[in-house]
Design a binder for this molecule. Sequence first.
Ligand code: NI
Length: 193
Amino acid sequence: MKLPVYLYGHPVLRNESKDVTPDYVDLKKLVADMYETMYFSEGIGLAAPQVGRNDRIVVIDAEPVSKTFPECTGRKLTLINPEVTVLDGEKVTRAEGCLSLPGLSENVSRVEHINLKWVDEDFVPHEEEISGFLARIVMHECDHLDGHLYIDHVSPIRRQLIRNKLNAIVTGRIACDYPVKYAPKKHKNSNGR
Ligand code: NI
């Protein structure tokens, strides 16, 4: 089942997400729905807050960018309770986008090498050193679990330049090819202003 993608401005994107426990109800169904939602909206990663759940769940399928980034070839990851450790400080700047910020793409500087620990949807533990664009995707998605968005890493000047685009998303003045949930409308006073 496709789920609506919660857009920038919605408070669920700014909350700290909770660890998932083995008694989590319908975890596999949620993971399957997240994959379906991600594929339909042509994303390569999706975090649970983006479908309105403040739980530490991420799905990634990086295959669509594997021509440009060979480290992404065949990489499909279901991350429950992921933990990222930075392995070295070398940083690279590349453009990122996000399904919660349709129509936007901005350069973000991130480290290239991380260690990732997680459990899968059967709660089997995994650990792997990950590099390059795959590491970037993982960090972008794990940021969502802490209430962070990639535009938080963008310079204040650049933020100012995209302010109108951000406001358009917050106020629902954008069209989108996939089902979305807009931010709740701010309370208006009696004059309607
Ligand atoms: Ni995102």
